[in-house]
Design a protein around this ligand. Structure first.
Ligand code: NAG
Ligand code: NAG
Ligand code: NAG
Length: 148
């Protein structure tokens, strides 16, 4: 009985932590539906490439604590120092949101916040992984094979 309980509990934990990992084309169509193709001049491929290298398309990703104490949340790895509040340390909370709101499977609010982030002068350079792996690259493969 004890073992059964333990197993049940374990399964519950696994269910809670189970990551929603988006498919490339699934994400592409959601982003397109939300007007991200060409948003601030960035084609869809930029957003998909960025999400891949930031979170591997995992909408529940929480990054390790950064050296300055902030953390990054969700599919776009939104930063707690500037954009959301995790209740730990200072935050500008530019997206007026809790960080945990960016770690569920509904990425509507993540997209809203990304739209706000790219309006700042840094544009997509705000995302280090984008700058490293996507900026200036041929991004056609990120939308290839998708019905958009
Ligand atoms: C803290 O580090 C993160 C990740 O390196 C960065 O995005 C953020 O801008 C930094 N915050 C400050 C205040 O330097
Ligand atoms: C996702 O969240 C938005 C609000 O942030 C809501 O309007 C929408 O209905 C939600 N979508 C789903 C599938 O729950
Ligand atoms: C990008 O790569 C694809 C094939 O991989 C090619 O067809 C296309 O012409 C390239 N675009 C540019 C701007 O080089």
């Amino acid at each position: 009985m004890k073992a059964l309980l333990a197993i049940t509990f374990l399964c519950l934990l696994v269910a809670v932590n189970e990551a929603k990992v988006f498919e490339k084309c699934e994400l592409a169509s959601i982003l397109k539906r939300h007007g991200m193709d060409g948003y601030y001049g960035y084609s869809l491929g930029n957003w998909i490439c960025m999400a891949y290298y930031e979170s591997r398309f995992n909408s529940r990703a929480v990054g390790p604590t950064n050296s300055n104490g902030s953390r990054d949340y969700g599919i776009f790895q939104i930063n707690s120092r500037w954009w959301c509040s995790n209740g730990q340390g200072r935050t500008a909370n530019g997206c007026k949101s809790s960080c945990s709101a960016f770690t569920d499977d509904n990425i509507t609010n993540d997209i809203q916040c990304a739209k706000r982030i790219v309006q700042d002068p840094n544009r997509m350079d705000a995302w280090v992984a984008w700058r490293k792996y996507c900026k200036g690259k041929n991004l056609s493969s990120w939308t290839r094979g998708c019905k958009l």
